[in-house]
Write a protein that binds this ligand. Structure first.
Ligand code: SF4
Ligand code: SF4
Ligand code: SF4
Ligand code: FES
Length: 963
């Protein structure tokens, strides 16, 4: 685990038939299409190079990689010359040495000779190559025209661009184009004046750049360099671990100098990301050492008392005594716990075990309740297991990609880059979303169809697509006959005229002709894949919609091979894992119902204690029971209920009735305002365990430092359980995973030793699939036959009225993450320092709202104020905001309507009104323009008017801030 430089074979791999060549007398067999440079590297011969790197296509500009080929005239560049069978190549001849030295001499004549003080000293390919070609002096001197005085661009908070050191190799431009897909960079000017330019030559911060870091990684010199390396020095060691932000689950090398993290470098061997990253994982890790982190336990009798710092022993004893006391008075069902999708599988497994074994009830739920619980329900009903069907690489085989209720370029950026690459290769795109998200039109990507549906009408739209498929004879009859059941009932249902595109055109807002055409495109495939997000699940019909998508995929035969499938894009890093580990009140690990006595017996034998057969309380039931006075104590692991759950005032009212609220987190969050015990949590840099990403990939999370709090979360849960009378202990988190494997058939083959050996595996991983399962349901569905389920569309009870005529939908932005607890404590705030309300110009004009004005957003349950941003991405009648900042508290307006099957809240549909509060000063620029790289003061201080504090409706909640 101590690798600092990747092997670089010069050009990407090829896939042709094998051919054999000889390089300096060494025979090597490679696929046709391989470059001579790569073939040489594979044979063990390193040809000098500068402009080539194996993450991007060859460009052939530096002329350092010249070779001689028997029977050919001249000295071709080996990076752009493909191998031919029988080719004989010489890489080291006096002529080549002369030519390379001359090339290098030209480079160095326009390069500041400050190697000894350069931050890249020892990690610079120009320096290396000068040594390789044996250049000792530059004959031309350094007095001619040069770029030494070119001005450095430090606008980006994380990396700098020093054009004086640029060799115009274009690796950065190609990385931005090919790897990231943003096309933010160009080489401007010609000849001597050639320059790397971000956008139209503006500073990086205000350009289209999304700070993914791909260009920084690709740069062979110090031109593009992490500021952390410039400030701290080059790293000396590394630890392989996994990003703790989104469900893509990117693998990284945490690179350290001494014990200090210097940079996070995306791992090329990472199964999910293959060397790519986004701004959050790559740069936004500083929160782990932020001054506001709480590092010691704290307790208080009443929430109006000041916190008192205590040792771990006292905190555990106090918590155990109070939980036990509540149970003695109110019964064993009066307490419960909530697990976190930000924690490791091991931490989650132990916490739910603590609830089931030590608390003696099934009152455990997880924050996945409020995001992807309908995925679990819907895919289990139709396919037989609660997980996405594909690995991420599968998208490279897709011909038609349908994105529904997801915004991958912001929410799942590294997967979005992979998807965009496939779209640039020619795959067709259907976007189903009320907003015109970036994917609809971005550089070299244009959606074939954008269906801008009215929020809350997903099921009507997907049923109409199914109607087209069935009534126009587009069903894959062989697949359905061989693999599925209950088709006829479903087909009769979707064939009804009321399911037709024409019948739902008015209610959905989607033109029938577009809907029909999109359905035909999806059915034609041949490989059609669905990717979806919280815009599907967070609805009153979230589970219905998941089943409706599964129906459509089965009807068209788009399940069970690469390039197809139904794929949830998970929100948090370990949503999949927290569900897998048995965090739901009705299921034990591996999605097995607690009412199944055979399943319970497996766990009871290992845990040595009975498990209740009745499902416990879900999060909303816990709140209701708290308000009823029957639920009195709650342990919350890493979730900010008071900011992330809907109808904030209702949540706060419930929390404030509890006799004991225990919050475990990194920072004093909004929920901690109602807590009696605060237990400090660890950041991902301290954790030792595993995360499971959206493609069921189990990745190792390795500690780069010991827990700054002195205790791992799993240790705390063990000690608390023990203090409550159920002895629980493990020597190491690997033992927890061993226990998971022993009681969970889909994890039977998983162990830390295996993960350390192979990198990662996708469950199911067991005797039947020892190497894991990249694509599910290949020869049959997990439940045997895939089951069609009729999915009638039922409009949500949340309706627009004259008083609340607009529909609010919520989401997130690239640079921030969920409630912002982590990203708000990094320099990412330079891009998004406040939540804003996107509103269509026509809706704004009607209300006299100008760009940047402060507006009140009100719904039936609450109101808040925030700046407005006029955006024609919005459909008229629909407004949109993020929920990253507690000062805005967007969830104060969201309602308690929820999915009929799982209680997942209906965040995506709230009837609202928007009214102006105060005008942005006429002279000021649009204050709310906090789009990436635009509208924010370059110094990162913002300077915009602060949103007004959350305004609760009269008589509800205290609005207490945790400080
Ligand atoms: S950091 Fe910016 S310029 Fe560099 S590759 Fe990423 S998007 Fe492109
Ligand atoms: S910035 Fe770096 S990668 Fe880009 S052209 Fe200059 S030297 Fe090459
Ligand atoms: S895409 Fe997700 S997992 Fe990957 S670096 Fe970004 S936030 Fe982390
Ligand atoms: S590495 Fe081949 S031309 Fe630059």
């Amino acid at each position: 685990m101590n690798r600092l430089r990747d092997e670089d074979l010069g050009t990407p791999a090829a896939t042709g038939a094998p051919v054999t060549v000889h390089v300096d007398g060494r025979e090597v067999t490679v696929p046709a299409g391989t470059s001579v440079l790569r073939a040489a590297a594979l044979s063990g011969v390193d040809i000098p190079k500068l402009c080539a790197t194996d993450s991007v296509q060859a460009f052939g500009s530096c002329r350092l990689c010249l070779v001689e080929v028997d029977g050919q005239r001249g000295t071709p560049a080996s990076c752009t010359t493909p191998v031919a069978d029988g080719m004989r190549v010489s890489t080291q001849t006096p002529k080549l040495a002369r030519l390379r030295a001359a090339v290098m001499e030209l480079y160095l004549s326009d390069h500041p000779l400050d190697c000894l003080t350069c931050a890249a000293n020892g990690d610079c390919e120009l320096q290396d190559m000068a040594g390789v070609v044996g250049l000792r002096q530059v004959r031309y001197g350094y007095d001619g025209h040069n770029h030494f005085d070119d001005v450095r661009d430090d606008s980006n908070p994380y990396f700098s661009y020093d054009p004086a050191k640029c060799i115009v190799c274009s690796r950065c431009v190609r990385a931005c184009d090919e790897v990231q897909g943003t096309f933010a960079l160009t080489i401007a000017g010609r000849g001597f004046d050639s320059r790397v330019a971000a956008g139209a030559g503006e500073p990086f911060l205000s350009s289209e750049c999304v700070s993914c870091g791909a260009c920084v990684r690709a740069c062979p010199t110090e031109t593009l360099m992490e500021k952390s390396v410039i400030n701290l020095g080059l790293p000396t060691r590394s630890v392989s671990t996994t990003c703790a932000y989104c469900g893509v689950g990117c693998s990284f090398r945490a690179e350290l100098r001494g014990n200090e993290v210097v940079r996070m470098v995306p791992d090329r061997d990472g199964g999910a990301n293959e060397g790519h990253s986004c701004v959050k994982g790559r740069f936004a890790w500083g929160y782990a050492t932020h001054a506001e982190r709480v590092l010691a336990p704290m307790i208080r009798e009443k929430i109006t008392d000041p916190w008192r710092e205590v040792g771990w022993d006292e905190a555990i004893a106090y918590t155990a005594a109070r939980f036990t006391g509540i149970q003695a008075t109110y019964g064993s069902g009066a307490i419960g716990g909530i697990t976190s999708s930000r924690c490791t599988n091991e931490e989650v497994f132990v916490l739910q075990k603590m609830v089931r074994a030590a608390f003696g009830n099934n009152n455990v739920d997880t924050c996945a309740r409020v995001c992807h619980s309908p995925t679990g329900y819907g895919l289990k009903q139709t396919f037989g297991t609660s997980a996405g069907t594909q690995n991420f690489a599968s998208v490279e085989q897709a011909d038609v990609i349908m994105v529904i209720g997801a915004n991958p370029t912001d929410g799942h950026p590294v997967f979005a880059s992979r998807m965009k690459r496939r779209l640039r290769e020619g795959a067709r795109l259907i976007v189903v979303d009320p907003r015109r998200i970036d994917l609809v039109r971005s550089p070299h990507v244009t959606a074939a169809y954008h269906l801008p549906l009215r929020p809350g009408t997903n099921v009507a739209v997907i049923n109409a697509m199914a109607h087209v498929v069935v009534t126009e004879g587009l069903v894959d009859n062989d697949f359905v006959a061989a693999r599925c059941e209950e088709y006829d009932t479903w087909a009769a249902f979707v064939s009804q005229p009321e399911c037709s595109p024409e019948a739902v055109e008015e209610s959905t807002g989607v033109p029938a002709a577009d809907l029909r055409a999109a359905a035909r495109l999806y059915a034609a495939g041949p490989n059609s894949a669905i990717y979806y997000g919280l815009g599907v699940t967070e609805h009153s019909q979230g589970s219905t919609m998941v089943m409706a998508m599964a129906n459509l995929a089965m009807a068209t035969g788009n399940i069970g091979r690469e390039g197809v499938g139904v794929n949830p894009l998970r929100g948090q890093n370990n949503v999949q894992g927290s569900c897998d580990m048995g965090s739901f009140p009705h299921e034990l690990a591996g999605y097995r119902h607690v009412s199944d006595s055979a399943v319970r017996e497996v766990f009871e034998a290992v845990w040595g204690t009975p498990i209740q057969a009745e499902p416990g309380l879900r999060i909303p039931n816990m709140f209701a029971a708290a308000l009823d006075g029957t639920f009195r104590g709650l342990f919350v692991q890493g979730e900010d209920l008071a900011q992330s759950d809907p109808n904030t005032e209702h949540v706060k009212a419930a929390l404030s009735t509890l006799d004991l609220l225990v919050v475990q987190d990194l920072f004093l969050n909004e929920t901690a305002a109602y807590a009696h015990v605060f237990l400090p949590g660890t950041s991902f840099l301290e954790k030792d365990g595993t995360f499971t990403n959206a493609e069921r990939r189990i990745n190792r999370v390795r500690p780069v430092m010991p827990p700054r709090t002195g205790r791992h979360e799993w240790e705390v849960a063990c000690e608390l359980a023990t203090a409550m009378g159920y002895p629980m202990s493990y020597g190491h988190p690997s033992e927890i995973m061993d226990e998971v494997a022993s009681v969970t058939p889909t994890f039977a083959g998983v162990s830390f030793a295996k993960l350390d050996k192979v990198g990662s595996v996708q469950w199911p991983c067991n005797d039947a699939a020892p190497d894991g399962t990249p694509v599910m349901h290949v020869d049959g569905f997990v439940r045997g036959k895939g089951r069609f389920v009729a999915t009638p569309y039922v409009a949500t009870d949340e309706r627009t009225t004259r008083r609340y005529p607009l529909l609010l939908t919520t989401g997130r932005i690239l640079t921030q993450y969920n409630v912002g607890a982590q990203t708000r404590r990094t320099e990412n705030v330079v891009w998004h320092d406040q939540d804003v309300l996107d509103i269509h110009p026509a809706d704004a004009e009607l209300r006299g709202i100008r760009d940047g004005d402060l507006v009140e957003l009100s719904s039936r349950v609450g109101r808040t104020t925030l700046p407005a941003k006029l955006s024609d991405r919005m459909t008229p009648g629909v407004v949109y905001t993020t929920f990253h900042h507690p000062v805005t508290g967007a969830n104060v307006v969201t309602t308690e309507y929820s999915d009929w099957a799982t209680n997942c809240p209906e965040y995506k549909v709230t009837a609202v009104q928007v009214t102006p509060v105060s005008r942005v000063p006429a002279a000021a620029p649009a204050a709310a323009g906090a789009e990436i790289g635009a509208g924010v003061a370059p110094d990162g201080t913002g300077g915009e008017p602060a949103p007004v504090a959350v305004a609760a409706p009269a008589g509800t909640g205290s609005g207490t801030d945790a400080g």
